[in-house]
Design a protein around this ligand. Sequence first.
Ligand code: SF4
Length: 197
Amino acid sequence: MNNAESSHNDISMLIERLARIMRAAEHSTGLDPVQWQALRYLARCNRFSNSPKALGKYLVTTKGTVSQTVKILVKKELLEKHPRPHHGRSITLVLTEKGKSLLQNDPWKKISYRAQQLDHMTREVLFEGLFDILNAEITAGAIHPFGVCNSCNFFCHLPPTQASTNKPHWCSLLETGLDKEDSGKICEEHERPDQAL
Ligand code: SF4
């Protein structure tokens, strides 16, 4: 198939085929795709978004599926549940060292590697196209959007006189300082419709 012949149907077929191959690769590790997605989410989300509820929103799945997924990951010692400080019965989901280590062998890393091999222009166009398709689906399905903290409307760069060395940024929604790691993570409170993930 040459580029001129490719169509919108071919693009959806490529995405579907690629996803199927990756799902098979995930199953071959002993974890199912939802369990892998939960581990990835918890590696990427910020400390305000590591609750079972936020995980359910990101995975677009039911409370029961989240509960079952968390239960298995805890049993496999890939995840721990901790009380959220000052939030009553609320809990946080935290990756264990074993969970972080497993993510080093994430089957989807092959796709990242292959994307890196593309030339810069192809990679940019591909990213923008897929990003637009994803955004359209999120909007059409009224799916809860997530986004990277440093692209959020509530993200502020503090002036040098107010910034501490370890928290140079500020969240004007949650009224808390943000460090460099926070600013690159995804958040369930993110506000900027054109940057949803
Ligand atoms: S600035 Fe936005 S994305 Fe970052 S923590 Fe605050 S609400 Fe979340």
